[in-house]
Design a protein around this ligand. Sequence first.
Ligand SMILES: [Zn+2]
Ligand SMILES: [Zn+2]
Ligand SMILES: [Zn+2]
Ligand SMILES: [Zn+2]
Ligand SMILES: [Zn+2]
Ligand SMILES: [Zn+2]
Length: 444
Amino acid sequence: MEYNDKLARFRQGHLNPFNKPKEEESPREDGEQEPSKESPPGSPLRVPEFQCLERVMDLGVSEDHFSRPVGLFLASDIQQLRQAIEECKQVILDLPEQSDKQKDAVVRLIHLRLKLQELKDPHEDEPNMRIILEHRFYKEKSKSVKQMCDKCSTFIWGLIQTWYTCTGCYYRCHSKCLNLITKPCVRSKVSHQSEYELTICPEAGLDSQDYRCAECRAPISLRAVPGEARQCDYTGQYYCSNCHWNDLAVVPARVIHNWDFEPRKVSRCSMRYLALMLGRPVLKLREINPLLFNYVEELVEIRKLRQDILLMKPYFITCKEAMEARLLLQLQDRQHFVENDDMYSLQDLLDVSIGRLGASLTDIHTMFAKHIKLDCERCQAKGFVCELCKEGDILFPFDSHTSVCQDCAAVFHRDCYYDNSTSCPRCTRLNLRKQAQEPGEEKW
Ligand SMILES: [Zn+2]
Ligand SMILES: [Zn+2]
Ligand SMILES: [Zn+2]
Ligand SMILES: [Zn+2]
Ligand SMILES: [Zn+2]
Ligand SMILES: [Zn+2]
């Protein structure tokens, strides 16, 4: 019955997505960037196709020959359609080549075939899930009209065409295009390889690609004959207009070397890869470009905050109250901040560039310190009294004026520690005790 409902809705909505004025088209639900308007005349995205379709729809094809009260579909409908298709094919052959009439007939044929497909309801016999080249494609239920197929770069008409989205990389395509996919899912690349290309736009030249698209091998050139060559700023390679939609993305190599966050044009595949990698902490700034810390002041501040947070972590994982208050979850979007102090994701760096990371990390730091030093007796009890001067407030390793013994983790005033030539009275005491015990141990 679901099928009949679908059909009913299809008919009530007047049926023809092609006839919809452009303004009425529902916005994309996923908020993804729309394909570029700069597509060349040869591209399948161009508009004239639709104008052409509309023109023909007016010639009577759009009339719903097969309308009937819902639920009254007969096998003969499919038969009639098949017959109409055959007749239409014959008409096309009989009409003069390239004539307007012949073109109209071709469009009519397409329309009839779509009708036939609709009547046969492909939605029902296509599996819900398909695994192809490590993509995990799930059949989409949404009927929203304006989607683009990542394989053939034409619209996906949700009402009449079945389409799939990969849950790994969000690759989206017609069911008819599934078997044409040649690129494995970038999700697997993200989990296996997990590394960025860190050379800025590493171009090798079109000749090294044999003047073909780096992805689908379609012939391309900079003169746009036979196909336009579009460069991907991330890989440095050239792509055809089907594989490169002029999507914009921030390129990690430019961020790391130039602190440049200007989005550049990248291929579809790079765009998906970069989107999946965005939150992954794979950039070891200290090794890739230590000079960045001299140049970007905020990074120094953030490094200090991260080191402090790591020093606070032992307090939280041994404090029931802190665990119950789920304090460490403040950092759940940046789990790596609780694990180390030198790995960064591209998202971290983007947030640094707009001043957001420093601010939010300072807030978290303040909240953590407040728990340990003021709110929680249990944590307070784990503070230190400076053993060198035995004066002043309780010290914590993340306090700014302190030094921590690398061996026993005791905390001292920084000044006291340096005055005592950085030797630790606690370690000295522990060593003495150990030596005193050793003769006793020999008895055993
Ligand atoms: Zn397609
Ligand atoms: Zn995928
Ligand atoms: Zn291509
Ligand atoms: Zn506590
Ligand atoms: Zn002291
Ligand atoms: Zn010590």
